[in-house]
Design a protein around this ligand. Structure first.
Ligand SMILES: NC(=O)c1ccc[n+]([C@@H]2O[C@H](COP(=O)([O-])OP(=O)(O)OC[C@H]3O[C@@H](n4cnc5c(N)ncnc54)[C@H](O)[C@@H]3O)[C@@H](O)[C@H]2O)c1
Length: 231
C-alpha cells in the first residue's frame, strides 16, 4: 500500500509534485527510496519496480541487501543504510518509504527535520514504521479520514493502520497467519501454549507487570525478566 498511496499523493491535486512514478516514453520515471528492506520494504520495492519507477532500497543488513540484489529487477538498486547514503538518496527522491523495524523497539529517526530541506518540494514520505514511532522525525500518526499533512513543503502520509484501508484482503491474510496460534492458545491456555511453542513465547512482552521482551525493556528503561521464569 505504501507505493499505491505514495503514487496517489504525488498527484498535483493532492499537493504532490505532479510526478507519474512510471514516467512515459521521453519522460524519466520517478525515484522511489525505500529505507528498510524487510517485508514492507521488499513488497514496496516490487510494487514500485512494477510501475516502472527507479527504486533504491537501503538496509543495514548486508545479507538482506545481497538477497534483494539477487531477486529484484534491474530498476531496483541497493545501498547500505548510513547517514551519508540516506541524505544522498532523499535529495533526489520523489517518494520516500520508511520501512525500518527494530523488533520490539522504537524505530530510529533516520530522516531528521532539517533533512527535509534537501528534498524536492512536493515529494512524498510514506512512513510505514509510524506504528513503531516512525523512522522520520517529523512523522506523527494519522488516520484514513485525514491521512496526510505537510512539513517544510514535503507531504507526509502516516496512517498507523494502513491495512485497514483494504480490510477484505488484510483480514483474510492476517487470519491465515494467526488462526493456528489462536487455536493453540484456546486449546492449551496461554502458559502451556507458550511453554510448548517457543515462537508463541517470543510474542510475550509483559507478564503480570514484568517486562519479558528485551527490546521493550530497553525502549522504556524497565527491568528485564527472563521469560522462562514466568512460564
Ligand atoms: N503502518 C502500518 O499500517 C504498518 C503495516 C505493516 C507494518 N508496519 C511497520 O512497518 C515497519 C517494517 O515492518 P517489516 O515487517 O518490513 O519489518 P522487517 O523486520 O521485515 O524489516 C525491517 C528491516 O529494517 C532494517 N533496518 C533496521 N535498521 C535499519 C536502518 N538503520 N536503516 C535501514 N534499514 C534498517 C532491517 O535490517 C530489516 O531488513 C515496522 O515498524 C512495522 O511495524 C506498519
Amino acid at each position: 500500500m505504501a507505493v499505491q498511496e505514495g503514487a496517489k499523493y504525488l498527484e498535483k491535486h493532492y499537493g504532490g509534485s505532479g510526478i507519474l512514478l512510471g514516467g512515459v516514453p521521453g519522460v524519466a520515471p520517478g525515484r522511489v527510496v525505500i529505507i528498510g528492506g524487510g517485508v514492507v520494504g521488499t513488497n514496496a520495492a516490487k510494487m514500485a519496480a512494477g510501475l516502472g519507477a527507479h527504486v533504491t532500497i537501503l538496509d543495514i543488513s548486508l545479507e538482506r541487501l545481497r538477497y534483494l540484489d539477487d531477486v529484484m529487477p534491474a530498476n531496483v538498486d541497493t545501498a547500505y543504510s548510513n547517514r551519508y547514503n540516506i541524505l544522498d538518496q532523499i535529495s533526489t527522491a520523489d517518494l520516500v518509504v520508511g520501512a525500518v523495524l527494530l523488533p520490539g523497539a522504537k524505530a530510529p529517526h533516520l530522516v531528521k527535520r532539517a533533512d527535509l530541506k534537501r528534498m524536492k518540494p512536493g515529494s512524498v514520505i510514506v512512513d510505514v514504521a509510524v506504528d513503531q514511532g516512525g523512522c522520520v522525525e517529523t512523522i506523527k500518526p494519522t488516520t484514513h479520514e485525514n491521512p496526510t499533512y505537510f512539513v517544510d513543503g514535503i507531504l507526509h502520509y502516516a496512517v498507523a493502520n494502513m491495512p485497514g484501508g483494504v480490510p477484505r484482503t488484510s483480514t483474510l491474510a492476517l487470519t491465515n497467519a494467526t488462526l493456528p496460534y489462536g487455536l493453540t492458545l484456546a486449546r492449551l491456555g496461554w502458559k502451556d501454549a507458550c511453554r510448548r511453542d517457543p515462537s508463541l513465547a517470543l510474542g510475550l512482552n509483559v507478564v503480570d507487570g514484568k517486562v519479558v521482551y528485551p527490546g521493550v525493556a530497553e525502549a522504556f528503561g524497565l527491568a528485564l525478566v527472563d521469560v522462562k521464569s514466568v512460564l
